[in-house]
Design a protein around this ligand. Structure first.
Ligand code: HEC
Length: 138
């Protein structure tokens, strides 16, 4: 019986932990970890919101820019260029949930960069984009 009790306590503690937003991070923390990654790459330059904005609004040889879905004002809701589905604002000023999950950020950078650039974004590009998004006011 005591054993079962321990098991239950451990189980509740474990699931309780898992349900906590303990794994969540702030956009500043996510920026810091991208910075750490980027700083080790050749030709690294300090992140620039200006460079990030132009990267975000430019097509890179394909059909879309980041702004094609996230709009020229990423603090506002976007619209998927293909499906027409509404996309919540990408800038943290318009949507507090953005850039709080490293896993989600990684997943979507990967997919979206591939769609726009036909390759992954470099840590430099990701950092520039996030630096830009953090300056966008509602
Ligand atoms: C074809 C449409 C489309 C394009 C183009 C696009 N995105 Fe997205 N993006 C999405 C969708 C859909 C989601 C996921 C739905 C959501 O999170 O609301 C998303 C989510 C994201 C997220 C997740 C952020 C978070 O914390 O939730 C990031 C980062 C992102 N996009 C960056 C970019 C960047 C950088 C580009 C340009 C290289 C880009 N996107 C281009 C459709 C697009």
């Amino acid at each position: 019986m005591l054993r079962l009790f321990h098991f239950v306590v451990a189980f509740v503690a474990f699931t309780g932990l898992a349900a906590q937003p303990a794994l969540a991070e702030t956009p500043a923390e996510i920026l810091a970890s991208i910075h750490k990654e980027a700083a080790g790459t050749p030709g690294f330059q300090e992140f620039s919101a200006e460079r990030g904005e132009s990267f975000f609004k430019t097509k890179h040889g394909g059909e879309w820019s980041c702004a094609s879905c996230h709009t020229d004002n990423p603090a506002m809701p976007g619209k998927h260029a293909k499906t027409g589905k509404v996309i919540d604002p990408l800038a943290p000023s318009g949507n507090a949930a953005r850039f709080t999950s490293p896993k989600r950020v990684e997943k979507w950078f990967k997919r979206n960069c591939n769609d726009v650039l036909d390759r992954a974004c470099t840590p430099q590009e990701k950092g520039d984009v996030l630096a830009y998004l953090l300056t966008v006011k509602k």
